[in-house]
Write a protein that binds this ligand. Structure first.
Ligand SMILES: C[S@@+](CC[C@H](N)C(=O)[O-])C[C@H]1O[C@@H](n2cnc3c(N)ncnc32)[C@H](O)[C@@H]1O
Length: 846
């Protein structure tokens, strides 16, 4: 018999969620932020809900031996104090800059290629490019729009930001127009003051290798919680960020702070101060360890979530915070309450202990139930009456009453929902009545994450519950402590918009890879055009004592954490942008003198260029520097000219060229150019200069959090890392009029500061973590058209395809797919090494 042709076409649709219906101001592209007005640069962050006015510190006269008192207005709430606590702070506001747009999905491309190969084999028609539409919009022909940032609106894109959360949050408030727009914030800050287990140095491993630590050129401390004043700095760090979070939250919004038992009490006191104790919603212990590790005393197996609302209730006590009750499937095997069952013939029996322990031993068709008290906790005299059941009279015991009136009791009896137990009547609650357990505050059913990609990764299930309880699809979720991007990952899965930031490049790169390497279920939308129209969810009919006694229909209960999955589709990550802080902390550097900080004070710094040069080389001499050479470091063996890039822009090819000419004029043959960001063509410039003369040029990245306040001054090798330059080969084939190109990544040239040599690492040496290709680079924003990295675990896409996927697709391929030459006649390649360092090279195709 011929097969139904429709049935053989079981190919799944590949989808993604986008949020074009929600508009946002356009973020500037890399390097354009210096065009923004300068007067908006510093704001005062108030960190005072009245506490500073309520305190008085008793100062006793000299020689007075009475105890010192800190007095406080008893009308105010008690507050926590620590060294350096302040009630306001000046914060520079730095705009974001968009460095990259991820418009494609690695998985979608793999599927597309496998389908194309299968179609070519069978001669069937090929499907067009899956997500070409967005890329087209991004390649705007009207480049004048580029400088209209923050005034020109475009469709919302999720954001992965590299930068300190303090500045990022200020930027979200002041430039990105997100004040009062964030529905939920999840923060998983460093847990406290023990460091080593907390940071991850490599994108590809959660283990820190001693070798990496020793290698000063490559080490990036991805997790730098070296707080100058220990827990005091920690509280300042959190205080500042929590006050900013409050500004970002909607009135119905929630914040969750993840913390362990070491500091949970302090953080709760601080959150009471920032949000008000009346906005406390819950403290949720969630299980992290499955096995005790061997504590000296009673071992803690849980971490904690402190949940506060921006405004929990209105003046009348009505709940204002967005909240969706979640439910848990009940597992009653072994539960001493659930010991009864009813057979299909209507007979009722008590389980044996063996049957209770193992429900497989119950006869087939058994409906499990339990007996529930008919006496409510509150007493009403009206509800005390005699009720006859199966020929015997029943009355509530002294001090108790029935839960329902005589009619209700009769309805329960008629529905066969009453049962005698000794002298009492009980209600029969069946397991299949749909009375799933309400999710309550202690989460014993959670465990640490499986297949961890980050040393301190949170279980996605924990974050997912918080997201599902307090937000709806389309709502905005923010996490200022990205790590492996668990919050972004969960938000992406559940159709929420997200913004996340981290100072660590390892974290940013782990997150990007995680998002691009995952297949998500496609949840069926109520309104096919908008994710924010909500999903369709699993529902359940719930029968209860109240519905039966009241003669009511069963209630419908929605499982908000269980949307209906459209099995005809699979979903890949939607487009997102990768951004960083555009103008670096100018104010932190103005007119200060380097000095030792007093308690609670920050190290003050003299002059931007002097400080950067000294941080880079202690022996840098500023005298004698000319033009673009800002300092010279000289030892017996070497003489190095140092040039520092601008605070509010990228190091350009011209700066490098001019610095080299200035150095040569002074007879110096080695030039180090330090910068916060580099134009993409700097690699070309460096190699041309080196080819032309005997000069050696090193390009050094300054870490984005180098200027962060409160952090201990750290060794230069942590603050600076050399820019690794990609070595690529571009092959152009001409077919009639059409030119097609493919790019091969050959390796990365890397400067080893210890040995003072430039090392060449070939692309397959295990040193490259990922690379990305922009097929038509516009000179401003890198668009990820093709992406290459290996999957530790192949994503589950077989079901979406009729064809098999070439296993090579899941490895780090070194040659791109061919592509046509387009408008800008120029490509860019971005390489990420295993330490999270990124470097870009541009090639002109003309
Ligand atoms: C405990 S981890 C978060 C792990 C995350 N929940 C996950 O599931 O992977 C904390 C993260 O905060 C980052 N971090 C610490 N201080 C920061 C700051 N001032 N700004 C931004 N990120 C910061 C660290 O780099 C680290 O990745």
């Amino acid at each position: 018999m011929a097969r139904d042709p429709k049935k053989t076409k079981s190919e799944k649709k590949v989808t993604r969620y986008t949020f074009d219906d929600i508009k946002e101001p356009r973020t500037p592209e890399t390097g354009h932020t210096s065009l923004l007005p300068a007067e908006e640069q510093v704001v005062t962050l108030p960190m005072d809900n009245g506490w500073s006015k309520a305190i008085e510190v008793g100062k006793l006269p000299e020689g007075d031996k009475r105890p010192v008192v800190v007095d406080m207005d008893p009308a105010a709430d008690p507050v926590l104090f620590w060294a350096g606590k302040r009630n306001r702070r000046e914060v520079p506001v730095l705009p974001l800059q968009r460095n990259e747009i991820v418009s494609e999905s690695r998985i979608a491309q793999i599927i597309e290629r496998a389908r194309k190969a299968a179609a070519e084999k069978s001669g069937a028609a090929q499907q067009g490019h899956l997500f070409a539409d967005l890329e087209k919009t991004l390649r705007e022909t009207d480049r004048s729009k580029r400088v209209e940032f923050y005034t020109h609106e475009e469709g919302w894109k999720n954001k992965l930001i590299c930068g300190d959360s303090l500045h990022v949050m200020e930027s979200l408030l002041h430039y990105e127009n997100l004040r009062g727009k964030v529905q939920m914030i999840y923060i998983d800050p460093p847990y406290g003051i023990k460091y080593d287990s907390n940071f991850q140095q490599r994108v590809d491993s959660t283990k820190n290798d001693e070798k990496d630590q020793a290698d000063d050129v490559l080490t990036i401390k991805a997790f730098r919680d070296t707080w100058a004043l220990g827990v005091h700095s920690y509280l300042t760090y959190l205080q500042e960020r929590l006050y900013l979070c409050r500004e970002l939250m909607t009135d119905t919004g929630s914040i969750f702070v993840q913390i362990n038992d070491e500091n949970v009490h302090r953080v709760r006191a601080l959150m009471d101060e920032v949000f008000g104790g009346y906005n406390f919603c819950s403290i949720i212990p969630f299980r992290k360890k499955t096995m005790p590790l061997g504590a000296k005393v009673l071992e803690q197996m849980h971490d904690f979530l402190l949940w506060y609302a921006k405004r929990k209730e209105d003046e009348q006590g009505n709940l204002l915070a967005k909240y969706r009750q979640l439910y848990l499937e009940q597992d009653v095997q072994g539960d001493f309450h659930w010991i009864w069952f009813e057979l299909p013939d209507g007979t009722r029996h008590q389980m044996t202990p063996e049957q209770n322990a193992n429900h497989a031993l119950l006869p087939s068709g058994a409906r499990i139930y339990r007996l529930v008290s008919m006496y409510p906790p509150t007493y009403s005299e009206k509800s005390v009456f005699r009720f006859d059941f199966e020929g015997a009279p029943f009355t509530p015991p002294a001090g108790a009453c029935w839960i329902t009136g005589p009619d209700g009791m009769q309805r329960l009896a008629d529905a066969r929902r009453l049962q005698k137990e000794g002298l009492h009547l009980r209600f029969c609650l069946f397991l299949d009545d749909g009375n799933a357990a309400k999710l309550t505050a202690c989460w014993n059913d959670t465990i640490g994450p499986r297949d961890k990609v980050y040393a301190v990764q949170t279980s996605a299930d924990v974050v997912a519950r918080c997201v599902a309880m307090t937000t709806e699809p389309g709502d905005l979720v923010f996490d200022p402590t990205t790590g492996s991007g668990s919050t972004a990952f969960v938000a992406e899965r559940l159709g929420r918009r997200w913004v996340t930031c981290d100072t660590s490049r390892v974290a940013v790169n782990v997150t990007r890879k995680r998002l691009l390497g995952t297949v998500f279920p496609h949840y069926a939308l109520r309104d096919e055009r908008r994710v924010s129209g909500d999903f369709r969810y699993k529902t359940m009919q719930v029968t209860s004592l109240a519905t039966i006694a009241g003669g009511l229909e069963a209630e419908t209960r929605t499982w908000f954490d269980d949307p209906v999955v459209d099995r005809g589709a699979i979903r890949v990550c939607g487009p997102f942008e990768v951004a960083s802080l555009g103008r670096y902390s100018v104010e932190d550097w103005k007119g200060y003198v380097v000095g030792n900080p007093g308690i609670g004070e920050t190290a003050k710094l003299e002059n931007y260029i002097v400080v950067i040069c000294r941080l880079y080389r202690k022996d840098a001499a500023i005298q004698g520097a000319t033009g673009l050479i800002h300092a010279v470091a000289e030892t017996e063996k070497e003489k190095i000219a140092i040039s520092v890039g601008p605070l509010s822009g990228r190091v350009t090819g011209k700066q490098i060229n001019d610095a080299v000419q200035d150095a040569l004029a002074s007879g110096i043959l080695e030039v180090h150019v330090l910068g916060w960001a580099f134009e993409a063509n700097v690699g070309e410039v460096k190699s041309q200069l080196e080819k032309r003369g005997k000069v050696k040029v090193e390009l050094i990245m300054i870490r984005p959090d180098t200027l962060a306040e409160g952090l201990k001054a750290t060794q230069p090798e942590i603050l600076f890392s050399p820019l690794a330059l990609p070595d690529i080969e571009v092959a152009v084939e001409k077919n009639g009029k059409e030119k097609r190109v493919h790019v091969t990544l050959k390796g990365v040239a890397l400067f080893d500061r210890k040995r003072r040599t430039t090392e060449y690492k070939s692309a397959n040496s295990g040193y490259v973590s990922a690379w990305y290709l922009d097929e038509d680079y516009d000179g401003d924003c890198f668009v990820d058209c093709q992406m290459f990295f290996d999957f530790k675990k192949a994503p589950n896409i077989k079901a979406a395809l009729k064809a098999d996927v070439d296993p090579e697709e899941f490895t780090l391929k070194l040659t791109s797919e061919p592509f046509p030459v387009r408008g800008y006649n120029r490509i860019a390649v971005k390489v990420v090494d295993v330490y999270g360092n990124e470097s870009t090279i541009v090639r002109d195709l003309s």
